[in-house]
Design a protein around this ligand. Structure first.
Ligand code: ADP
Ligand code: ZN
Length: 752
């Protein structure tokens, strides 16, 4: 009896059907196949081969293989299975992420153009005859004999040259062929070549560790679990302060991997925010610029098709991309670099809800290659792994160009609010004077305000008091529609106080401000300064971000105001002042990671100041100047921050000491969404695995979105697999109403 294959059908419906495999075909998972679908032929991608013969005699046979080779490599299919098991996402959804539809479908193909090449040179005599009798043919053959490469028809005279070429081909001198042309997304850009810098001592040490890992034979022994000494193949965390020259280490590590004949994947949080990283790779590997592929969401279908196939064919040896580039079909990866590994952007928020940094580690394990995670502010998850001896740790503690870290001042906005009575205290006097000074000196200023989101915590402007959950040590969130305060971890609810419980001021109910209002105020205070604003509202138009950053670099802008978009990665030597308008915004988000994010954001944004020869200054405005995240960031004290944050996480049972799963039910029928989640909650509680903590169902912070009501609950436990298995078992066994959508998110970052 024949084996059967599950096939993901091409086309918008993306159905999955089983087909019997004819005996003469060698069908593997990941292969493209032709199949009969109803009464017409269709194509699809094989998801898996059933290990038992097909019992179903009515099963139709698949017709043929489109291409004998599977679309993706065997380790990538293993990675797909790992994702399915870990996150509980169906395999077809995972494959859809790994192989984009533009690759699976037949709509796209390589772009070609007709070209001609010389295969045999005519003799002197023959040439002389041509010169006399057929001038056009003589012209063409002269051109073609100048190079051993094919020349496109368009450059040989276009369609009118066709008869002459045909004649030349008949004589056996010239061959006509289809030349593949690459749709290059960066074709219009030029790069000034750079040479490797001489590494400083710390950088050289980092590179050595990476090289040791690269040179390790792939059959190295596994580390002894009872004796957790790092083994060379274990992931490497490069913890380097802002401006310490991490990128230079990435570049030289990349070179080292290429020299071993391997390929390299470089992940950046968002390509749009990392134009400098891409530029630096292209400039350094200028002689290999054709071997660099860039993958991101702004590619056209044709560009994506070409980049993907260039990678698969081994033509591209360096792949730079956002999170989905972790699925780049490179055959022989030697090194995967994850820049800014702490960035939440690595977490995919649609199913499969994978974390690209975690997948990098898994893929490296599957492919026996090296992984380098870099950050100035590593995530607690990653840092903890270095403490446990699972990851190696290397450090860069000084700025590479000899600059010193900026001086940071913290301004207490409670005092400002009193001083500036009757006005919006948005810009403190200290910040205002400091901006004035920079403007006079023709230096540049970055003003940062992280105002986004809807639900927020309540903070009293006069006293800075924030209302927190008594069970969870996170701020309660104000739900405007219900006029209640709700804890987003345990579901605890409280009434909205009329006055501040601490100082009894009614101002606690006051709403905040965002970048738009800040822009108006900055323009009022500094009427002659050139001010630009960058946030999701202003960058909807395609090139705004790139153009604004270019103008800023060219010093056509004095003050750049923006959200976290401008917080990281940018290297502008003329920026000497960074102002943070309301550091409390991220600090009092209803999220146990709020302190970590605030510390990261402040450190990153401060890292934009004083990167050149001029000393930098940072001014942080806050109503809670003594909060640990702000104080540790002010003193550039990562270790101090880490110690106190880990203590809090351990005490309350948060990651990295546990794993989290967020279960969300949404529907346009409020009651049905709520009821579904309550049912699931009851069932989850019945056989709760050991050590798992189950939170109560609550309305999501984002109570309603896209006309759907949202309810959620949180599970926490030490073992992610056990958590995921329990959750998915209950989900599979519990029928949900048709109009309720239930999703699970393991290792959730976005807590609703
Ligand atoms: P990071 O990625 O850690 O923020 P960068 O790689 O951007 O740091 O380096 C900061 C600056 O220091 C850059 O201008 C870079 O060219 C320079 N730099 C890096 N390494 C060296 C070195 N070994 N010698 C001199 N300058 C260096
Ligand atoms: Zn709580």
């Amino acid at each position: 009896m024949p084996l059967s294959a599950s096939v993901l059908i091409d086309g918008p419906s993306e159905l999955v059907f089983d087909y019997a495999i004819p005996e003469n075909l060698k069908v593997l998972p990941g292969c493209r196949v032709r199949i009969p679908l109803r009464n017409r032929p269709a194509t699809g991608t094989v998801l898996r081969i059933a290990d038992k013969p097909a019992g179903d005699f009515a099963l139709r046979f698949l017709t043929d293989l489109v291409d004998p080779e599977p679309l993706v490599t065997a380790p990538l299919l293993k990675l797909a299975e790992w994702i399915t098991a870990y996150y509980g996402t169906p395999l077809e959804q995972v494959i859809r992420s790994i192989i984009p539809s533009s690759i699976r479908g037949e709509k796209n193909s390589a772009k070609t153009r007709r070209a001609a090449t010389l295969i045999k040179a005519p003799s002197e005599e023959e040439l002389a005859t041509l010169a006399k009798r057929a001038k056009r043919q003589h012209q063409i053959i002269t051109l073609l004999s100048l190079t051993d490469q094919a020349i496109p028809l368009t450059e040989l005279g276009g369609p009118s040259a066709a008869p002459s070429l045909k004649a030349l081909a008949t004589k056996g001198w010239v061959k006509l062929l289809d030349l593949e042309v690459r749709r290059d997304p960066d074709a219009h850009e030029t790069f000034v070549p750079t040479e490797p810098l001489t590494l400083n001592h710390e950088q050289a040490e980092c590179l050595k560790v990476v090289q040791a890992s690269l040179n390790l034979p792939s059959t190295s022994p596994q580390p002894n679990p009872n004796h957790p000494v790092t083994n060379h193949q274990s992931p490497i965390l490069l913890h380097g302060i802002t401006g310490s020259g991490k990128t230079e280490v990435y570049l030289q590590a990349t070179k080292a991997a290429l020299d071993l004949g391997k390929q390299v994947i470089v992940l950046v949080p968002e390509i749009a925010l990392a134009p400098q990283t891409v530029q630096r790779f292209k400039a350094r590997f200028h002689d290999l610029v054709d071997q660099i592929a860039v993958l991101h969401s702004n590619l056209s279908q044709g560009e994506r098709f070409d980049e993907w196939h260039r990678i698969r064919a081994g033509k591209a040896r360096i792949v730079i991309g956002a999170r989905s580039a972790i699925f780049a079909p490179v055959k022989n990866p030697g090194l995967i670099i994850v820049d800014e590994e702490h960035e939440p952007a690595y977490k995919q928020e649609n199913p499969p809800k994978y974390h690209a940094r975690d997948l990098a580690v898994v893929r490296c394990h599957l492919e026996k290659c090296s992984v380098l995670l870099g950050s100035a502010t590593p995530s607690l998850e990653t840092y903890r792994n270095t403490q446990l001896g699972k990851y190696q740790l290397v450090k860069l503690t000084e700025r590479a160009d000899g600059a010193s870290l900026p001086l940071t001042r913290v301004v207490d906005m409670r005092i400002e609010a009193k001083k500036q009575k009757g006005r919006d205290a948005i810009i403190s006097d200290i910040l205002r004077t400091s901006i004035e000074k920079r403007l006079e000196a023709n230096e540049q200023v970055i003003v940062f305000l992280n105002r986004r989101g809807f639900a927020r915590s309540l903070q009293c402007p006069p006293c800075g008091h924030v209302i927190e959950c008594k069970h969870c040590a996170i701020p309660l969130t104000y739900h405007r529609s219900e006029e209640r305060l709700i804890c987003h971890i345990c579901g605890h609810q409280a009434v909205v106080p009329r006055t501040c419980p601490n100082c009894h001021d009614p101002a606690i109910r006051q709403q905040g401000y965002g970048t738009e209002k800040a822009e108006i105020i900055l323009r009022k205070i500094f009427p002659s300064a050139k001010i630009a604003r960058l946030d999701t509202d202003t960058t909807r138009r395609k090139n705004t971000l790139r153009d604004t950053l270019r103008d800023f670099r060219a010093k056509k802008i004095n003050i750049l105001l923006g959200t976290q978009m401008i917080a990281k990665g940018l290297d502008f030597p003329n920026v000497t002042l960074v102002g943070v308008l309301n550091a409390d915004l991220s600090l009092y988000a209803p999220d146990f990671r709020a302190g970590e994010r605030t510390f990261q954001l402040l450190t990153q944004v401060a890292g934009r100041a004083g990167r050149g020869d001029l000393a930098g200054e940072v001014i942080i405005q806050t109503s809670t100047p003594h909060s640990p995240s702000i104080q540790f960031a002010r003193h550039h004290d990562f270790e101090g921050f880490l110690a106190q944050e880990l203590e809090m996480r351990e005490q309350f049972g948060y990651p990295p000491f546990t794993h989290l799963a967020l279960l969300l039910a949404r529907s346009s029928h409020e009651r049905r969404a709520e009821f579904t989640l309550q049912t699931l909650h009851r069932k989850l509680a019945e056989q709760l695995p050991e050590g798992v903590i189950l939170g109560d169902p609550i309305p999501s912070p984002l109570t309603k979105s896209h006309s759907q009501f949202r309810f959620q609950l949180l599970l926490r436990g030490p073992n992610p697999r056990a958590l995921s298995q329990h959750l998915n078992k209950i989900l599979r066994a519990t029928p949900t109403p048709e109009d309720v959508i239930v999703t699970a998110d393991l290792d959730a970052y976005d807590l609703g």
